[in-house]
Design a protein around this ligand. Structure first.
Ligand SMILES: [Zn+2]
Ligand SMILES: [Zn+2]
Length: 328
């Protein structure tokens, strides 16, 4: 539970007894088994993102078992395993919801931000915002799919990359290492741009066709590219390797300023776009694909009471793969 935002080294999260939430109509209660630790949680805890609710329980990569049903719940039975992601609810009424863009809903609520999330033992959610988890994942390995995985999948979809085309990935962390596994299945050639030798090695192992630095010009023109690193200067570098009509997708909640661009880099109908949040359709499609491939995730486990430690290590980039809280 977070009662006051502070730098993570001051251990802002406290372990408290809170009453078990009771599901009302259309809501299910979930006994949480695992919750992934995401950079957004760090922004929340340290107060970089202004919080609409306080105190709050962070966490939005949640895997657990349905243990109580509110009235008129038909989708799941008690004992079934489900996941909850960042999108906690959308209004269904605003113009974006009506356009099928509930990720841009003006009244959206987010898990661990407007309502208590997964750094705890129980949570409630509307049954139509919980997703079945494919059987071939453990609770811990499924958790990172629910944020890094789904948002990576949305970026991949919006990049409009087609089988056999060339895709660039700038940065190679939690999201990118999932995206490359989807691209491989489609027969795309993937070009990875990252400084970290550890990440380069990981990219090669996962089948990257070429690995280099973000300032390198790619040996082949890219049909699409996705930027995962929150550094604005990469936008200009990425455009240099993008082919005519190419799409550049930015997968980052925050990004430093984008430097001045020569119009020549955008000429020939190149496009730049951001990705914000996810829809339920993204989540459901992605989880099915993840189960079929099956996507491999690398995780390091922590106890719930060590959530501060997990966040601090993540801040210092000392965790390989994704940090996950195991909730007993
Ligand atoms: Zn996240
Ligand atoms: Zn809406």
């Amino acid at each position: 539970m977070l009662e006051e935002c502070k730098s993570i080294d001051q251990k802002p999260l406290k372990l408290l007894e809170i009453p078990e939430p009771v599901p009302v109509r259309n809501e299910i209660r979930i006994k949480i088994k695992a919750c992934g630790v995401c950079h957004t949680d760090l922004h929340t805890v340290e107060g970089e993102l202004p919080l609409p609710k306080m105190p709050i329980v962070p966490g939005h990569e949640i895997v657990g078992i349905v243990d109580e049903l509110g009235e008129e719940c038909h989708r799941y039975k008690k004992g079934e395993r489900v996941g909850v992601a960042w999108l906690y609810s959308s209004c269904g009424l605003c113009k974006f919801c009506k356009m099928g863009l509930e990720n841009l809903c003006e009244n959206a609520k987010f898990t661990g931000f407007h309502v208590n999330g997964g750094y705890e033992e129980y949570m409630i959610v509307r049954e139509d915002y919980a997703y079945p988890i494919p059987d071939n994942f453990s609770d811990e390995n499924a958790a990172p799919l629910l944020c890094a995985g789904i948002i990576g999948y949305r970026s991949f979809r919006l990049s409009n990359i087609k089988p056999g085309q060339k895709l660039g990935l700038f940065g190679f962390g939690a999201s990118a290492h999932i995206v490359i596994q989807i691209a491989n299945v489609l027969g795309c050639d993937v070009y990875v741009f990252t400084r970290s030798e550890k990440h380069r090695e990981h990219a090669r192992k996962l089948g990257a066709k070429w690995v280099g630095d973000a300032r390198d010009i790619c040996p082949e023109k890219l049909d699409s590219a996705i930027i995962f690193a929150p550094a604005g200067w990469i936008v200009r570098e990425a455009l240099k390797s993008l082919d005519r009509a190419g799409i550049l997708v930015i997968n980052a909640i925050h990004m430093s300023s984008i430097p001045e661009l020569s119009y020549n880099l955008l000429w020939h109908e190149r496009k730049i776009m951001s990705v914000a949040n996810v829809t339920r359709e993204d989540a459901e499609q992605f989880l099915k694909i993840a189960g079929r491939i099956p996507i491999e995730t690398e995780v390091r486990l922590f106890k719930l009471e060590d959530a501060n430690v997990a966040l601090e290590l993540m801040k210092k980039s000392e965790i390989e793969g994704a940090a996950v809280l195991r909730i007993e």
